[in-house]
Design a protein around this ligand. Structure first.
Ligand code: NDP
Length: 252
């Protein structure tokens, strides 16, 4: 990694592809420096981004399920002269199983990668944000947090935990100038569900029936909202879960 000057950056987890990559690109588009973290350490592909803006992305390799991972990332950034001004906890995974037979390992895996990792990452950036005089943390939840989705016991619970984590930290850390927001997307076509969508008509038909606007969202839709939360538009917003699901979560 290159030795930067003393500059501010926003750390985005799960930035190699999907929603995280789109968030990284939207922040770069705003002229920010972005540290993209993922297991692969791949640089997000930002189509159409000016080369001088794209160059402001640094990719780092880390597995957020390792409790110390984000502490190590933050320490390395500090040593290299970066000031952390924000964090997007986006890395996560999905798995499903019938609830009566869900292996305990699946529960632990999803809670670990989708919820506990968020706590560890927030704890890791906290002293850096305090040092910077405040900052913004965006946690990517899911509209499944308020739904009873069959076969999604662990996933729904892990995303409901993200909402709770967001509320507690928003209240506890507000006096340090730290805002914490949960952005909860509906169906967004990414690697996470592309296979299921490609598998055939049933899921697509289901989505068309369930989403009032008859189409899933895009990673760019989520990214535009997340990027806006780092601007003055989000200045008084904290502790909330913002549903970005085309009204699917309230349709009946
Ligand atoms: P993808 O599977 O397309 O991408 C996941 C990203 O997270 C990749 O960059 C992956 O990179 C990274 N990642 C996964 N696990 C880890 C880990 N342990 N440590 C570090 N990086 C990790 O998923 P989406 O973009 O669809 O999802 C992103 C977030 O949005 C998730 O939290 C998901 O639950 C949430 N979400 C998604 C919805 C959807 O419909 N797609 C709907 C609602 C919420 P690599 O493999 O290189 O590590």
């Amino acid at each position: 990694m290159e030795q930067p000057m003393d500059r501010s950056c926003i750390v985005v987890t799960g930035a190699s592809r999907g929603i995280g990559a789109a968030i990284a690109c939207a922040l770069l588009q705003q002229g920010r420096d972005v540290i993209g973290v993922s297991r692969s350490g791949a640089v997000p592909a930002c189509a159409g981004l000016a080369p001088e803006l794209a160059a402001r992305c640094t990719a780092m390799q880390a597995d957020v399920t390792r409790p110390q991972a984000m502490t190590d990332v933050c320490r390395e950034l500090r040593e290299r002269g970066w000031r952390i001004q924000g964090l997007v906890n986006n890395a996560g995974m999905h798995a499903d199983a019938a609830s009566d037979r869900m292996p305990l390992a699946q529960w632990h895996q999803l809670m670990d990668s989708n919820a506990r990792s968020v706590v560890s990452a927030c704890q890791a950036v906290y002293p850096h944000l305090v040092h910077a005089g405040g900052g913004v943390i965006v946690n990517i939840g899911s509209f499944f947090d308020k739904l009873g989705v069959k076969r999604n016991l662990a996933y729904c619970a892990s995303k409901a935990a993200v909402g709770a984590i967001t509320r507690v930290l928003a209240v506890e850390w507000a006096s340090q100038g730290i805002r914490v927001i949960d952005v909860a997307p509906g169906y967004i076509v990414t690697d996470l569900n592309a296979k299921a969508l490609a598998a055939g008509a049933p899921l697509r038909a289901y989505l068309e029936q369930r989403i009032p606007g008859k189409k899933p969202g895009t990673a760019a839709d989520v990214a535009a909202l997340v990027a806006a939360l780092f601007t003055p538009a989000g200045a008084f917003l904290s502790g909330e879960t913002i549903y970005l699901d085309g009204a699917q979560g309230i349709a009946h």
